[in-house]
Design a protein. Structure first.
Ligand code: HEM
Length: 414
């Protein structure tokens, strides 16, 4: 059995920042191995990629996410006590609450709110001159998800709230002052949501029974206790923040459409193709680079023995582009999804395995539904030009975005 290759530097944190999304893939290719050992922020990690590694990583209850991410990322993307930091039965119970919000009817409701919001906002664009789509999509999704989740804010408050959430997403991969500022904004957003949970329980607010605000305010954990208002606020953010983040995927979808203008007509008329296009955008767009976990007990993988406490990073970005699973993986080819049979371990932009029994993204179906509905509006109802601009995407910046944020000049909205 060959030994596990080791990354040379004593600590590879700077290389991680420089290589970004390519960090794991580059080294796996250099070592000719699906696993290597490295040190990040002073700690040893095993980095893994590929379908087999994803199956190993998503073996139910094998890894905890608790403590696996550096603190500065954790405080922007999750928090102590959130569903992501729970394990085993406690996790499954809390996760069931999230998944119960993802019924076809509720997904449809969110997709409709996003489409209507986009159409309404777009009507203002022809007079405004060129608009930066990423900012516009965020504003639309912020308003839509607040309404969907049962959070009543007026338009100006909703805008401020959405900007706070946006800062958390933008600075999750940074350290230092910009990260601290984003954390301060997070506290502001959490304070609003803590009050909401308290108001629901005191009968001062009555969100619809099928809304996230209702479900979270009245959820009881394994011990039969309600969540503390603080944890309730964190779980509300776990719905609001990533839904605003779908703006990034929709921006990448518009970029793909710009590069493949021949698909526009088919997207507007063929729902199967629309779905395939969205899948291909999710597969290729650089978004969540990797997930981290700490082994909860010893196990063996590919004849190597691992110990309780060993830290792992699973490369999502590299697995989605693995040549062993995807024919010509770097090419944007939505058609590959038309006859795709599905595989929870090769297509993992939002994590892998089973949604209910594992940590796979609770909002994956919502992401797909929202992307489809917004792309439908963009291709059917909005005529726009893409003026010359910096459309390059750096895979060193986390999370990535086309440099210009995708500026368009809108001619007409139907
Ligand atoms: C978890 C990605 C949208 C809610 C995750 C994970 C990833 C991810 C990679 C971690 C999986 C793991 O630890 O194994 C994304 C991306 C999104 C997105 C790229 C695109 C915008 C959403 C949406 C929601 C959501 C729209 C809610 C409406 C969650 C929750 C978890 C999670 C609650 C924790 C699940 C658990 O620990 O069981 N997401 N997500 N995400 N996501 Fe998303």
């Amino acid at each position: 059995m060959p030994s596990i290759p080791r990354d040379k530097p004593i600590d590879s944190s700077l290389a991680f920042l420089a290589d970004g999304y390519e960090f794991v893939r580059k080294r796996c290719e250099r070592f000719g191995s699906d696993i290597f050992e490295t040190r990040l922020l002073g700690q040893r990690f095993y980095c893994v990629r590929g379908e087999d590694a994803a199956r190993m990583f998503y073996e139910p209850d094998r890894f905890t996410r608790n403590g696996a991410l550096p603190g500065f990322v954790l405080r922007l993307l999750q928090d102590q006590g959130s569903v992501a930091t729970l394990d085993a039965e406690a996790h499954r119970r809390r996760k069931a609450m999230f998944m119960a919000l993802m019924t076809p009817g509720r997904l449809d409701a969110m997709a409709r709110l996003a489409a209507e919001g986009l159409r309404a906002r777009a009507r203002l664009w022809p007079e405004r001159g060129p608009v930066r789509l990423h900012d516009e999509f965020r504003a639309v999704l912020g308003q839509a998800v607040l309404a969907w989740a049962g959070v009543r804010l007026d338009a100006a408050e909703a805008d401020r709230f959405t900007r706070r959430i946006g800062a958390m997403i933008d600075h999750a991969g940074t350290a230092g002052p910009s990260n601290w500022l984003a954390r301060m904004r997070r506290w502001g957003a959490e304070a609003t949501l803590r009050c909401l949970i308290e108001d629901v329980r005191a009968g001062r607010a009555t969100p619809p029974e099928d809304s996230a605000a209702h479900a979270i305010a009245w959820h009881r954990d394994l011990n039969g206790e309600l969540l503390t208002p603080g944890i309730g606020a964190v779980e509300m953010l776990n719905i609001l923040r990533p839904t605003v983040a779908i703006a990034r995927f929709v921006t990448f979808a518009v970029l793909a459409l710009h590069r493949h203008p021949e698909s526009r007509e088919r997207l507007a008329t063929d729902d199967a193709y629309l779905h395939a296009f969205v899948q291909e955008v999710r597969r290729l767009a650089p978004f969540f680079p990797a997930v981290a976990g700490i082994a909860r007990r010893p196990f063996t993988w590919r004849d190597h023995q691992f110990l309780k406490g060993d830290r792992f990073i699973l490369d999502l970005y590299g697995t989605d582009r693995d040549v062993r699973a995807w024919d010509d993986p770097e090419s944007f080819r939505p058609e590959r999804f038309l006859a795709w049979l599905g595989n929870s371990f090769t297509m993992i932009p939002q994590g892998g395995g089973d949604h209910h029994s594992n940590h796979r993204c609770a909002g994956e179906w919502l992401t797909i539904a929202v992307m489809e509905s917004m792309l439908r509006v963009l291709t059917r109802d909005i005529d726009y030009d893409v003026p010359p601009q910096k459309l390059g995407v750096s895979t060193a910046a986390l999370p990535a975005l086309p440099r210009s944020g995708l500026v368009v000049a809108v001619r007409a909205v139907r």
